[in-house]
Design a binder for this molecule. Structure first.
Ligand SMILES: Cc1cc2nc3c(=O)[nH]c(=O)nc-3n(C[C@H](O)[C@H](O)[C@H](O)COP(=O)(O)OP(=O)(O)OC[C@H]3O[C@@H](n4cnc5c(N)ncnc54)[C@H](O)[C@@H]3O)c2cc1C
Length: 534
């Protein structure tokens, strides 16, 4: 039996693993991808921290984060993250993250939207990749155990206590159970459910959140989906906010600017999308920065623009559109990562720790996942439940899941899974996207439920045991559908507009909704309500 099992090897999972190991916990990281393929590697722009207090202050960082959240976050939790930010950067620096530095060898910072201060540390435009690779190196050095290409299928929960996991070994097709005294879910966010309209990777399918929901966990603020203003037209590959932070403009076809580029992401994204729905194109203009500066500060953005849009940033306008990017909602936790299920923790983008509220500031996610990841790994280790022993576990989960998978192999295969996945992305983007109202949300609900009801006609084509990607994608699709329904129900319930959640039929903020939304499963149906922000 392990002390701590961590599901997910993004920066949240690896930071938690390092501190759990430091506390001498028997630790295992399970991940459906190789660690270096986790979503974190795509984070380009940077990580926030007040490093130089003559120019900025922790109070200002707290205030900016709280303002962006539109007041549905906990100042205490934000304060915890912001006060620890400098230590987080210093720790990352010490273990080898190659932050850009100025001529005095001080860590450089750039400006991100939603704040007047310059507080985003960066490693050119490969910040997430450098952080993740450095954390992974440290994990190897510290001999942390990994099970890669193993996918979490279910949690073993008895009497509201989490005692282990059921996983599928993707390579062999074997289904196994592993027991642990605590389990930390660090499985990432759910913007990936907006298939074809997202900056997220294909493996980002909301698994951990859906599995936690089915196991009895409380989800929160699931209606808050952040759309990033600048993704490449057609591919939806992200062009980081650093492009605007370094002075890039947003322009129409005649080269006219139409919005303050450094306003909060939700406002900028809606302004762009309004033009796009009016059949106008919108562009990112970096020409005035010149080749040298672009190459120095944004080499990746330049390469992506060239490879995926055939545009030379120093010479041409880059066509962009908004895309689903980050999700503020997730498994409800306190600052220690604890959920409403004993010994089950959540960390990173899959968690709703009352920090980002209705809108996240760029650069605050990397900060959250490393700072809280470390803290939660430590907390879980220091609070190990030694009462739990293998002899006490009477779970029949393994048999049930094996039976379930056998049943899936018997499903008919009359409807194409991949077309359905595209359809879900389109429904979500059109009807539960940047703009929504009661009618569009009800239509989306009906359509997604219809798709869910036809799962046994979708089935899987590939019936082999080993490396069955088709089965994996089917299982992921069930999670996508479950979470899509929660997002829509939560959006229907919040009859106001706040931050990233914009209801055309309720275009104003309403003080009576100064609350967190809550979603649980009751008799297999999503039940939504509101609770005070604590
Ligand atoms: C293109 C892009 C650019 C970004 N840029 C920035 C930025 O500049 N600054 C910033 O602060 N934020 C940025 N973000 C946001 C930030 O990168 C993410 O919020 C953050 O990396 C999430 O980290 P995580 O550790 O929570 O999850 P992830 O890095 O998403 O990792 C999730 C892990 O869980 C595993 N997993 C998932 N499901 C299962 C399962 N069923 N079984 C086993 N394992 C599973 C995955 O394999 C993966 O290892 C960006 C996001 C994107 C998409």
């Amino acid at each position: 039996m392990y002390d701590v099992i961590i599901i997910g090897s993004g920066a949240a999972g690896l930071s938690a693993a390092l501190s759990a190991k430091e506390k001498n916990s028997k630790t295992l990281v399970i991940s459906k991808t190789q660690p270096t393929h986790s979503q974190t590697v795509q984070a380009q722009g940077g990580i926030n921290a007040v490093l130089y207090e003559d120019k900025d202050s922790i109070e200002q960082h707290v205030a900016d984060t709280y303002n962006a959240s539109k007041e549905i976050s906990s100042k205490d939790n934000i304060n915890f993250m912001c006060s620890n930010a400098k230590d987080t950067i210093n720790w990352l620096d010490e273990i080898g993250v190659p932050f850009n530095r100025d001529k005095e060898n001080k860590i450089s910072q750039r400006k991100f939207g939603g704040t007047k201060k310059i507080r985003t540390c960066y490693s050119s435009d490969y910040t997430g990749l450098k952080i993740l690779h450095t954390l992974f190196d440290q994990c190897i050095k510290n001999k942390i155990e990994f099970l890669n290409e193993h996918v979490l299928l279910d949690l073993i929960v008895e009497d509201k206590i989490c005692k282990g996991v059921v996983i599928l070994d993707i390579l062999s097709g074997e289904i196994k159970e592993i027991y642990s005294k605590s389990i930390i879910l660090a499985t990432g966010g759910y913007a990936g459910i907006y298939q074809n309209f997202t900056t997220n990777s294909y493996s980002n399918t909301a698994d951990g959140i859906a599995i936690a929901l089915r196991a009895g966990a409380k989800l929160s603020n699931m209606e808050f989906v952040q759309f990033h203003p600048t993704a490449l037209v057609n591919s939806n590959i992200l062009i980081s906010e650093s492009a605007r932070g370094e002075g890039g403009y947003l322009v129409d076809k005649d080269g006219n600017r139409f919005i303050d580029e450094l306003k909060a992401r939700d406002e900028v994204a809606r302004a762009i999308y309004t033009r796009i729905t009016n059949k106008e194109s919108v562009y990112l203009d970096l020409r005035h920065l010149g080749l040298e500066k672009i190459n120095d500060l944004m080499p990746q953005e330049r390469r992506l623009a060239l490879e995926f849009s055939n545009v030379k940033l120093e010479e041409e306008l880059l066509p962009i559109n908004p895309a689903a990017h980050y999700t503020m909602g997730g498994i409800k936790t306190n600052i220690n990562g604890q959920t409403n299920i004993k010994n089950l923790y959540a960390s990173g983008e899959c968690a709703q720790a009352n920090i980002h509220g209705a809108n996240r500031l760029g650069g605050n996610s990397l900060l959250e996942i490393v700072t809280l990841g470390k803290h939660i790994g430590s907390y879980a280790s220091e609070n190990i439940d030694n009462e739990i022993s293998v002899q006490d576990i009477n779970s029949n989960k393994l048999e049930l899941i094996k039976e379930e998978i056998e049943n899936i192999f018997e499903y008919k295969n009359e409807i194409n899974l991949y077309k359905c996945k595209d359809e879900v992305g389109q429904i979500l983007f059109d009807k539960a996207g940047l703009f929504k109202d009661k009618n569009s949300l009800n239509e989306a609900l009906k359509q997604i439920n219809e798709i869910k009801n036809s799962l046994d006609e979708i089935g899987v084509v590939d019936k082999q045991k080993e490396y069955n990607k088709n089965l994996l994608e089917f299982l992921e699709f069930r999670n996508i559908l479950d979470i899509a329904l929660v997002v829509i129900e939560s959006a229907l319930n919040r009859e106001e507009s706040r931050g990233s959640h914009y209801r055309v039929d309720y275009p104003n903020i309403d003080v009576s909704y100064l609350k967190n939304s809550k979603a649980v499963l009751e008799e297999n149906k999503v039940s939504c309500s509101f609770e005070d922000v604590v």
